[in-house]
Write a protein that binds this ligand. Structure first.
Ligand code: TRP
Length: 361
C-alpha cells in the first residue's frame, strides 16, 4: 500500500514557532525522507470559516500568509502538494455522505470541539458547520487515502473520529476508505510549546507568540521578556526548570552544536539546567543563548520567505497547481465512495439493464 501524508492548518493567522516545532519541522523531514509516495498539505480555509463566517477577509488574507510560512520552512512544491481546501468541492460532498454515519451525541463528546465551543462562547449558539467540522476533517483525510497524519496532540480526537467513520463506512458499504495513523511530535516540549508569557497556549489575542515571520529584532525582544522562574530573583538563587518557558523553548530548539557555537562552557542542555538549578546562572545569559539558538533556526526561514514574497503571483500559482492535483485525487476517491454507496446510476450498465429487464415483460 502506498504511504500518503495529509495534514494542514486553518488560515486564521500567521504560523508561529509552536506550529514549527509541533508540526512544520517534522513535515519537512518527512517530505525529504523520500519515504512517502504522496504528500498533501492543505490550507483549511473552509474549516477556518466554520467559526469565522462573518470575517471572510481575515481568512483570505491569511491563506497567503500560511502559504508563505509553508514555503519558508522548506515545504517544496515539487515534493509536497500545497492546496486550498475550499477549492476541492469533492471534500464537501464526502462530508455530506459521512454525516449519515455520525451521531450528534458522538460529536458532542469530542473533547477538542467541546473546548473550542467554550473558548468561543458558542455554548448557546453553535454554528452547525462548526459543530460538524470533525466530519469534514475526516473527509480531508480520507479523500486522499492518507495513511499518515502528522499533527499535534490536540488533533487526536479528530483522528479517532476519522477512524470511526472509516470503519463504519467500510463495514456498511465495503472496503473503500483507509484508516489513518496520527504521527505526533516525538519531543515532549514540542507537543505543546507554551506562549512567551508561560501560558499553556500561544494565541494571537494573548500577544504571546513568536511568529516565523517575525524580524530578528522582534524575536530578541520577545525572548528577553520571556517568562522564567518568578522565584529566581538573584543570580545565586537556585532556579526551577519546570514551567520555565526559556528552558521549554531550549528543549524544543537547542541542539548540541548550538552549545559548541554559542555557549561552549556547557556541553549540553542538561549541564546548563543543572547549573541553573544549583544557582549561579542568570536568566539573561540563558535568554541570550536561546536568542542565538532561535536566530540560527529562524534565519534561513526568514531568508526563504523574503524570496517568495518577491513573487506572490507565483505563490498563488503553486497553490492553484497543488489544488488541481488534490482535486483529481479526491475525485477518484469520491467516485469509489459513490459506487460503494450505490449512487453511481449513470455509470452502472448492469443497473440499467436490470431495470429494463424488470419492466420488459
Ligand atoms: N484542524 C486542523 C487545525 O486546526 C486543520 C485541519 C483541517 C487538518 N483538516 C485537517 C489537519 C486534516 C490534519 C488533517 O489546524
Amino acid at each position: 500500500m502506498s504511504k500518503i501524508i495529509l495534514t494542514g492548518d486553518r488560515p486564521t493567522g500567521r504560523l508561529h514557532v509552536g506550529h514549527y516545532v509541533g508540526s512544520l519541522r517534522r513535515r519537512v523531514e518527512l517530505q525529504n525522507s523520500g519515504e512517502f509516495d504522496k504528500i498533501f498539505i492543505m490550507i483549511a480555509d473552509a474549516q477556518a470559516l466554520t467559526d469565522n463566517a462573518d470575517n471572510p477577509e481575515k481568512i483570505r488574507q491569511n491563506v497567503i500568509e500560511v502559504a508563505l510560512d509553508y514555503l519558508s520552512v522548506g515545504l517544496d512544491p515539487t515534493k509536497s502538494n500545497l492546496f486550498i481546501q475550499s477549492q476541492i468541492s469533492e471534500l464537501t460532498e464526502l462530508t455530506f455522505f459521512y454525516m449519515n454515519l455520525v451521531t450528534v451525541s458522538r460529536l458532542q463528546r469530542n473533547p477538542t470541539v467541546k473546548a473550542e465551543i467554550q473558548m468561543r462562547n458558542f455554548e448557546a449558539s453553535i454554528p452547525v458547520g462548526f459543530f460538524t467540522y470533525p466530519i469534514s476533517q475526516a473527509s480531508d483525510i480520507t479523500a486522499f487515502k492518507a495513511t499518515t497524519v502528522p499533527v499535534g496532540e490536540d488533533q487526536l480526537p479528530m483522528l479517532e473520529q476519522t477512524k470511526e467513520i472509516v470503519r463504519k463506512f467500510n463495514s456498511v458499504y465495503g472496503e473503500v476508505l483507509v484508516e489513518p495513523e496520527i504521527l505526533l511530535p516525538d519531543n515532549e516540549a514540542c507537543l505543546r510549546l507554551p506562549g512567551t508569557d508561560g501560558k499553556a497556549k500561544m494565541s494571537k489575542s494573548l500577544g504571546n507568540c513568536i511568529y516565523l515571520s517575525d524580524t530578528e529584532e522582534d524575536v530578541r525582544a520577545k525572548v528577553m521578556s520571556m517568562y522564567t522562574d518568578p522565584d529566581h530573583i538573584k543570580i545565586t538563587d537556585p532556579g526551577k526548570i519546570e514551567g520555565n518557558t526559556v528552558f521549554t523553548y531550549l528543549d524544543a530548539f537547542s541542539k548540541p552544536e548550538h552549545f559548541a557555537e554559542f555557549l561552549p562552557e556547557y556541553n549540553n542542555l542538561d549541564e546548563l539546567k543543572d547549573h541553573y538549578k544549583r544557582g549561579g546562572l542568570g536568566d539573561v545569559k540563558v535568554k541570550k543563548f536561546l536568542n542565538n539558538v532561535l536566530r540560527d533556526e529562524l534565519a534561513p526561514i526568514r531568508a526563504r520567505r523574503a524570496e517568495f514574497e518577491k513573487d506572490i503571483p507565483e505563490v498563488y500559482n503553486i497553490l492553484k497547481k497543488g489544488s488541481d492535483v488534490a482535486r483529481e485525487a479526491a475525485a477518484e476517491t469520491l467516485a469509489e465512495v459513490k459506487r460503494a454507496m450505490k449512487i453511481n446510476y449513470f455509470e452502472d450498465k448492469a443497473l440499467i439493464e436490470e431495470q429494463s429487464k424488470k419492466y420488459s415483460r
